[in-house]
Ligand binder design. Structure first.
Ligand code: IPE
Ligand code: IPE
Ligand code: MG
Length: 250
């Protein structure tokens, strides 16, 4: 059913690519007197709900920051629980993704994932590779600085690229996000005003929306509110407001 909030959305101005820093699972659990792992389990419900909502709204690309390169330093039990939740998610959701025409993609140092998680991730990506309606990217063992370092390593190891060949356009071809559109909207839950090493290169002109809502509480209505807020922004990309308005008229 299409709600009142959804009917306010301008279908012509939907963000093409939404990226989300899913934060606040631990605090959600803490407030309820539960352990942090229960917060992560609850966070998976928000993942399902938001993926479904984004698909229904016609968003073409969604990237979720699920596990950072720095998150490996968390207590071992928490890391293990997160990996197990990820594995279960991939096993359970595979068929649903195919049915909903959602292609699964992943960015990050994926080889650092436990081998069983890596395997089911690759299998699910393979299984959904023909899906065309939406691309869902999971950032796993992901760091923005690591991504830039990896890009430089790829360039140097090619051995046939000279300094003059490097510019913003060509450099971005070596990033993990080579197949993805530029992020239009970044959502961070739980109120933190930082990037935490997420998509450092790609977020150059992304609109940022921070909500106090903790990730396990985040649902379709919160996503719609974020998009409505985005639709009221003026993206200037360094130009003046007048220049942007003229562009819209042309
Ligand atoms: C986000 O929630 C999930 C991951 C980083 C894996 P947190 O676990 O960071 O929750 P807080 O920030 O401690 O509340
Ligand atoms: C960012 O959240 C990473 C993910 C959401 C996966 P963190 O909770 O790890 O970030 P900090 O520690 O608050 O910066
Ligand atoms: Mg956090």
């Amino acid at each position: 059913m299409k709600g009142k909030l959804q009917s306010l959305l301008d279908k012509e101005k939907l963000p093409r690519h939404i990226v989300i820093i899913m934060d606040g699972n631990g605090r959600w659990a803490n407030r309820k007197g539960l352990d942090r792992i229960s917060g992560h389990r609850e966070g998976m419900k928000a993942v399902r709900s938001v993926v479904k909502a984004a698909r229904e709204l016609g968003i073409k690309s969604v990237t979720l920051y699920a596990f950072s390169a720095q998150n490996w330093k968390r207590p071992k039990e928490e890391v293990n629980a997160l990996m197990e939740l990820l594995r279960q998610y991939l096993i359970k959701e595979g068929d649903k993704l195919v049915k909903e025409e959602i292609r699964l993609n992943a960015i990050g140092r994926l080889r650092e994932l436990p081998s069983d998680v890596y395997k089911v991730l690759i299998d699910t990506m393979e299984k959904t590779k023909h899906c065309k309606e939406m691309i869902l990217t999971l950032a796993l063992s992901y760091g923005g600085r690591e991504e830039i370092v990896d890009a430089v390593r790829k360039i140097l190891s090619r051995g046939d690229i000279s300094p003059e060949d490097i510019n913003e356009e060509s450099f971005s071809q070596f990033l993990y996000t080579v197949d993805l559109p530029e992020p239009d909207l970044l959502i961070r839950t739980s109120g933190e005003m930082r990037l935490s090493n997420f998509l450092l290169w790609q977020l150059a002109y992304t609109e940022i929306y921070v909500t106090k809502t903790l990730w396990p509480d985040f649902r379709k209505r919160h996503l719609i509110k974020a998009i409505l807020n985005y639709q009221n922004r003026e993206r200037r990309f360094g130009l003046t407001s007048d220049q942007i308005k003229k562009r819209h008229i042309q």
